[in-house]
Design a protein around this ligand. Sequence first.
Ligand code: NAD
Length: 350
Amino acid sequence: MKILIIGAGGFIGSHLCEEILKSHKDWRVIAADITSDKIRHLMSEGNFDFRRIDILTDLARTEESVEECDAVFPLAAIANPRIYVQDPLRVFELDFEANLRIVKWAAKYGKRLIFPSTSEVYGMCRDEEFTEEGSDCVTGPICKQRWIYSCSKQMLDRVIYACGIRDNLRYTLFRPFNWVGPRLDDINDEGGRSRVVTQFLSNILYGKDLVLADGGAQIRCFTFIADGIDALIKITENKDNCADGQIFNIGNPYNRCSIRELANRILRLAERYPQLKDSVAKIKIVDAASSDYYGKSYQDVLKRVPSVKKAEELLGWKPITGMDELLIKTMDFCFGAAGGQLRPDRSLQI
Ligand code: NAD
């Protein structure tokens, strides 16, 4: 099977490429991206074909790559709340318009489409647990521009679903719930472009306070990247067509945690690094209004917990990595990568 991964140089894409090359030697990967730092170590692999393609401008090469593959993962998108608010049209152009073209090419050439939806499509839904077929998708007023990401993804979900019915498009939609792990974002990025875990780690590294938007009471379910990738492999294998025409929440409901709790856990775990101990002791957890932190057109989701029953039943998948373990693995990678000097004292109890 030839698998096209667009956005292969990103967090999810790089882990997916790595796992496919490791566990499925008979699959070939065409990896497309505008960046390649996170997949540099895979470049010499025989079954790996990297193509520097910008899906906003290199339309012919993108279309040819879709035509050439058996299955396509269109993973290129902007998935950062600060950009939803500061540059919503950039989000629309990449996350919606460029990906819509890929969906249409997959339908035109009869290719399997495995598309990343997002937990954000459920928006401000008040269900205790979000279910793929039962929960509403609830967004806010137009002036709250943060919803452009959720709406772009939701609209593509609807287009893909409709293409499944009208054009017999073979598809699977997966909805990641806060996947975390090595290579999530650049810990040295001080411009606030990182997602929450990397942002906290970066602040610790640079001795800055951890900022909680609107009190940090928001509940999220953090999912280790290896568990997420395990689900994507099962979806790609598609035993007995179990993933065809399905939507799956891929998250870890057992790792539900408020952002305040997350900040406290990370600070506690950072004490394992002898070099950080003194600076960690000085770091405070401080509050900020989300309108100051993200911008006025931000609006938050108070609780986001997935039901993963469907993935368990149809894919035989279950997340297995607990909260401390996923944070430790992420921290060991990030702090190790930041100059290569920070090593934990593994004798300390956590
Ligand atoms: P990422 O930002 O780490 O990776 C995206 C990749 O797309 C990057 O390598 C980037 O260089 C590439 N890219 C950007 N513009 C491009 C262009 N014009 N042409 C080609 N490549 C381009 O994101 P990720 O965390 O790996 O997420 C992958 C997908 O999963 C996205 O669609 C995202 O919305 C979705 N998702 C992720 C999460 C999560 O927890 N990480 C949650 C929900 C949904």
